[in-house]
Write a protein that binds this ligand. Sequence first.
Ligand code: SRM
Ligand code: SF4
Length: 579
Amino acid sequence: MSEPERRNDLSCPIEQLHANERLKYHSDFLRGTIEVGLADPVTGAILEADTQLTKFFGIYQQDDRDLRDDRRLAKLEPRYQFMVRVRMPGGVCRPEQWLAFDALARDTADGSLRLTTRQTFQFHGVRKRELKKHVQGIVACGLDTLGACGDVNRNVISTANPLRSAAHAAAGELAHRIGAHLLPKTGAYRQIFLGEQPAAGVTDQEPLYGRTYLPRKFKIAIAVPPHNDVDIYAHDLGFIAILEDGRLIGYDVTVGGGMGMTHNAPATFPRVADLAGFCLPQDAVAVAEHTLGIQRDFGDRKDRAHARFKYTIEDRGIGWFREELARRLGKALAPAHGFRFESSGDPIGWHSGGQDLWHYTLVVENGRIKDQPGRSLMSGLREIARAHKGLFALTTNQNVIIAGVSIDERPTIDALLRAHGLGDESRLSGVRRASLACVALPTCALAMAESERYLPVLIDKIDALLADANLATAPINLRMSGCPNGCSRPYLAEIALVGKAPGRYNLYLGASAIGDRLGALYLENAGERDILDALGPLFAAYGAKRLAQESFGDYVIRAGIVPAMMRSSDFQRIGKTGP
Ligand code: SRM
Ligand code: SF4
């Protein structure tokens, strides 16, 4: 597409756009003054404006919020550190890559690995002086961090484990192809972080993105029914594999999903994606490119709170999108084929699939990999990586699958799991197995309340309520986020707790168990006692009155406890406040 057709880049003077647009425009393809900041030995930080640019390279400047007050009193600057996110389409890595990440976590980060809700690794606590070395370590093992954050297409996720079936393999392969096709082309990343020199006479070009990239982040997921483990409806763009007699014939396409909102700002809301149509496998990359192009050209570049693709779709309608896509693609999407989802969770423990192979899903509570007394998760996975001949497949439910184990190798993996206090998944309650929590404190600058550190403690208490109601194994999904941005996709959880202030959460109920309906606000600004007092009677009623196979989310709607969320834009308006 020629430059003048990029409406939002050029239809209005750059001065009238959001400050981030000006920053990108004048950044020399994302270079800014990052080099200057990295070289400054006086501070652990980089320059403020550059913190927006390093995001495009998967790097966030943070500080340890636990230490803020003490350091301020001691007249020290905040303990600046960096979060580094790996780009790993489809969430797959080889054992030697696992070992490299394990070593990097211990050498140049905080000693832990964090599995994210988008199927990749994050490192926390990387100091500025180690940042280049850390990124180079990731690149040395064949991956990178380019485009893992920032206003570009993010890490493309796909249903977990390409070794599970041919359709899973095709989904993983499509994630790679789309990810590679939509990667930014700037040479800034390699020059700044890998020390490469620009080739003589070569200037930067961003043929797909232009100088201002996208108005906001853009996320793509690929699902293989009946599993909606990727939460397809939470994505800007989704591909749902359509199989006939086990053969992939194409993808149903969804657009306009997203989670983030701001408390008490009704113009912002989570949105469940719309079904746009069907495309052939060979058209999927072009559909991704042109959908991204539509958002590039029509997304709101003045108001970042209204800049996600979900608002473009909400404002202009799915009919408009279909026509615009057809114009760019040169043909219309076919009518959607239709599909059926049965779950949004992971198969836990051993399961088989694909050429006589076995796979073990290890539950990693809230995605944090580190050793604890009696449960040496980090050391155990290191030992497994040394012995394992298959792959590691990360799931969007923050778990890891030890994938592609032959029947002969199973005893070795079992022994290693046992030796490290792992492999006890059957001991966990249904809620704990299915729970998700975002990172939140102490690293996330936007956190209003605890999440990763608090959810396990709260679940101990919720488990007691569930046991009283004979629901210990019920697979109710519970998700917690430290703020309304919704990084654990809470609005698609049957029970969601969204941070409002320290120790205070909004409680949402009534999302479907298969991830196609949002929850509704049930209790506002609730403390732990309020939450437990609200959930106890609901669990008792659900335990006593549920229909066969009825999920908790469906029950609370049938029982009239919360309304079914029919329209995303109603999200902030309807919903009962208080039990
Ligand atoms: Fe997120 C911002 C962590 C998945 C919606 N997210 C952040 C930041 C970078 C905070 C910041 O901007 O300073 C968090 C860093 C915390 C830390 O210390 O590590 C953060 N998000 C995460 C992760 C690590 C949560 C986790 O526990 O796994 C996930 C990393 C995914 C990845 O590998 O790429 C993560 N974030 C999500 C998801 C879930 C998803 O994509 O499936 C969402 C909701 C879906 C969506 O995008 O609509 C999500 N994160 C946000 C938002 C709200 C965006 C919006 O449209 O309003 C923000 C804030 C922003 O962008 O301004 C945000
Ligand atoms: Fe941070 Fe909020 Fe995302 Fe949690 S939901 S990681 S608190 S931005």
